[in-house]
Each structure stands twice: as C-alpha cells, then as structure tokens.
Design a binder for this molecule. Structure first.
Ligand code: SAH
Ligand code: SF4
Ligand code: F3S
Length: 442
C-alpha cells in the first residue's frame, strides 16, 4: 500500500479540499499517514492569498526534501498550484504534480503517471465539479466542514481568489443536507458551511436562508456556523433564517476590510462604511448576543492617514470580538497591480498603522471579554489544550475559546461552564455541575 501525507495551508476551504483528496486517495487504495516520514506521496495543499503564504510553501518544499527518498512523489495542489501551474514544475525539479482546486478528481490517475516518472500540471476549472461522490476523510472529530459553494464572483481588487478558484457555483441543497446527515451519523454535531461568499449561495431554487433552515433542521445538528459571508449578501431572509434557526450560533465572521468608504471603493468591495454599519445593526437587532469578528487589510494602495483613522473608529464603534489583520500584499494579475505606483503605502507607514490597529483591537477585545467574567454558558469541547496537562480547549456558541479542566473523554461533548478568567483573548472556565435541586424535607 502506498502511503500518502497531505500538508495543508490556507483557509478552511483548503482544509476541506484536503479531506476530499485524502478520501479519494484512500478509496483508490492509499494509506493515509500523519507526517512526511516514510511517505510515498507528499501533497502540499497551498494558499496564494498573500506573498508570505507562498514564501512559506516554497520554504517548506525545500524542507520536505529531507523526508523524500528517490521515488517519493511530491505534488503541489491548491491555490498556488492553480496560480503558477507549469511554472512550479520548471522551478522545482522534485515537484512532479501540480493540481488546481477543480482537478482533484484526476489525482489517482495523475499519481499513476507520476510513479512512472511523468510530470503534470492540471489546472483547468470545472464549473460542474463539487466532488459529490468523494467520501471526505475528516481530520476533525468534533466539527464538520461542509463546502456549499466553490469559487468567487466578486472581484475585490486586491484578491487572488477569483483567479485561483474560478467562478462561483453552489452545490444542490439536497446534497448539502445529505452530507450533513452523514456527518451527524458519524457523531459530529457542529456543522460549518463553507464558501468564499457563502451567503450568496444559490442552487437555482434555494438561497442561503433555505440552506440554513434545511441544515439546521437535520436531527442531531446542535451548532451551525458558516464562513465567510459578504456584507452585501445579508438579505432580510438570511438574517431571519439565522434568528429562527436554533442551531445557528450567535457569532458571525464578517470581513470589513476597511472602515473608509474611499478605500472600500478602491477595493471594489461594493459597500460603504455606512452599509457595513447598517449590516451589523440589522444583524444585532435580530440576534441578541451576536459576537462579530472580522478581517481588515492595512495599507491598501491609496489609504491615507484619514482613511486609516476611519478604520480605527470603525473598530472602536463596532466593538469586534476579534479580528484578523493583514498588511496589504500585492498579488500578480489582480486589478490592484494597475494602480499608479505613487498610491503604494510605504512599508514603515503600514507597520505603524498595523501596530496601532492591533493594539486597539486587543484592548477593545480585552475590555469586552473582562465584562463577561462570571457568565455561564454552554461549551463544546474541541480538543486537548496541550498534551498531558489535563486541560481542554472548548468553544462557546458565540465563538469564545474557553480552557477547561478535564480529560480526553470529554472531547466532542457539551458542558456548562462559568467563565473564571481571561487572558484578554481566551477564557478559563470552571465546569458547572448542574445538580437537580434536592427535595425539600417537609
Ligand atoms: N472570501 C472572503 C475572504 C477570503 S481571503 C471574503 O471575501 O471575506 C481572507 C482574507 O485575506 C480577506 O478577508 C482579506 O482580509 C485578506 N486578503 C485577501 N487578499 C489580500 C491581499 N492581497 N493582501 C492582504 N490581505 C488580503
Ligand atoms: Fe476575494 Fe473579494 Fe471574493 Fe472574498 S469576495 S474571495 S475578498 S474577491
Ligand atoms: Fe488561500 Fe486559496 Fe483559501 S488563496 S485563503 S487557500 S481560497
């Protein structure tokens, strides 16, 4: 049996794709192993979102040579494979396969060729491809990532994703519901629906509101999340479906990117600062206790000090629970490459802004979290916090990380905890043993 190891970079969509690839290869007779040692096939599933994501992969491809014997096949898959295609074969003589996100169906076949010494690049888009017949080999035993949409039809001027993942297309609602039933039977109770603009989901008959209601109605689904939505695709129907569906968690990851309408316009995000604030207000009005996390890009071309201050005030006024902050990275072939050079923000300015925003974010989140000490809530135990110290990492419905004492037998189960402390970003919690009230002696 040939042994295959897949290493994954990038977003949850890539993690989900790795699960599909692994499932396909196991069905084709491969054995899955957890590290590169002794692998006959090593696949690196890559991300192209920022320059440093690609640099990491290039460095890793070099390191992986240590684990390779003469016949080990090295393949590059995912977004960087799609972006660079045959260029990767030219620059790295040990890479024999380059396979883009829509070509994973041909992996077993391509590997047969690679074993014979052939080298391939397969990067055609396939708008019908959802890998419906693949049996994903899931890495996570607690939550299931379920892709509902592939590709992206927005054209944010900084973003490489439309070029690496192709046009948007959605799976059929029935197929998503079928997969949900299967994972619940396997014992998973949290579902995370995936798509680049997941709330623009449409299978021709059903929209994202229908999908939330249908998946939330599958018996055994206790928690339902989705990532990442686009602020423009939150129709009243979708917000109502969130509010009405008990399983939908009180958290949304809502990428803002910038708090300045001028910058948002140049990003081609298709909403203004006011639109974003409105979206937040509509969701908060409908869903009590909703927490909001976001993505922000710092130093987008043309971002002035005033523009940046608008991002600072937006962060303060919205009160995000957490944020992923990114320094703008110019990606080859994106519309941003055509901005005049004088719009580029100098590195030292970007770093200053980034550090200020980071500090503001952290202190805002800390204040919000401090106010919640003493609160009781339901958590789902996800994994051991650190091996061997009898602490577990659990998560609340509103996406707070809570470290609780316990052992591995608690993983995948739900408990009530009281929040006892916070580092600012994560909490410590004590298990609350909900005893029944003792009968009162009369
Ligand atoms: N589809 C998702 C985002 C996917 S990429 C959405 O539209 O929200 C994840 C995040 O990476 C983006 O939200 C953005 O903040 C960041 N990002 C994307 N391209 C980038 C670039 N060229 N430079 C810096 N950050 C970028
Ligand atoms: Fe990229 Fe914009 Fe599409 Fe998100 S919506 S994947 S940021 S182009
Ligand atoms: Fe990266 Fe591709 Fe995801 S570029 S962020 S792995 S869609």
């Amino acid at each position: 049996m040939l042994k295959v190891y897949i290493e994954t970079y990038g977003c949850q969509m890539n993690v989900s794709d790795s699960e599909l690839m692994l499932g396909k290869l196991i069905a084709a007779g491969y054995e899955s192993i957890a590290g590169p040692e002794g692998a006959d096939v090593i696949l690196v599933n890559t991300c192209a979102i920022r320059e440093n994501a690609e640099q990491r992969v290039i460095g890793r491809l070099g390191e992986l040579r240590r684990f390779m014997h003469r016949d080990t096949i090295l393949g590059v898959t995912g977004c960087m494979a799609q972006r660079l295609g045959p260029r990767l074969l030219e620059t790295d003589s040990r890479v024999s396969l380059v396979v883009g996100p829509d070509a994973y169906r041909s992996l077993p076949h391509l590997l047969e060729g690679a074993i014979k010494g052939e080298r391939f690049s397969a990067t055609d888009f396939d708008l019908e491809e959802h890998y419906e017949d693949f049996q994903a080999k899931r890495f996570d035993g607690v939550k299931a990532w379920i892709p509902v949409q592939r590709g992206c039809d927005y054209r944010c001027t900084y973003c490489i994703v439309p070029y690496t993942r192709g046009p948007e297309r959605s799976r059929k609602l029935e197929d998503v519901v079928r997969e949900t039933r299967e994972v619940v039977e396997q014992g998973l109770s949290e579902i995370v629906l995936l798509g680049q603009t997941v709330n623009s989901y449409t299978d021709g008959t059903h929209d994202f509101a229908d999908l939330l209601r249908a998946v939330g109605a599958v018996p055994g689904v206790k928690r339902l999340r989705y990532t990442s939505p686009h602020p423009n695709d939150f129709s009243d129907r979708v917000i109502a479906a969130m509010a009405d569906t008990a399983a939908v968690c009180e958290h949304v990851h809502l990428p803002m990117q910038s708090g300045s309408s001028r910058t948002l316009k140049r990003m081609l995000r298709r909403y203004s600062r006011e639109d974003y604030f409105n979206c937040v207000a509509r969701m908060r009005a409908a869903i009590p206790g909703l927490t909001i996390t976001t993505d922000i890009i710092v130093g987008f071309p043309g971002e002035t000090d005033d523009d940046f201050e608008e991002t600072m005030t937006a962060v303060r006024d919205i009160g995000f629970d957490d944020a992923f902050l990114f320094k703008f990275s110019m990606r080859e072939g994106t519309p941003a490459t055509r901005f005049p050079a004088e719009l580029l923000v100098p590195d030292d300015v970007v770093t200053l802004r980034f550090d200020r925003l980071h500090a503001a974010m952290r202190s805002g989140a800390r204040q919000r979290n401090m106010r919640r000490l003493g609160e009781r809530m339901e958590v789902l135990v996800e994994k051991e916090a650190r091996k061997g110290d009898d602490m577990l990492q659990a998560r609340s419905r509103d996406y707070k990380t809570v470290i609780v004492p316990g052992d591995a037998s608690m993983i995948g189960k739900y408990f009530t905890v009281e929040l006892t402390g916070t580092t600012g970003s994560t909490f410590t919690g004590a298990l609350v043993h909900e005893r029944r009230a003792l009968p009162v002696a009369s």
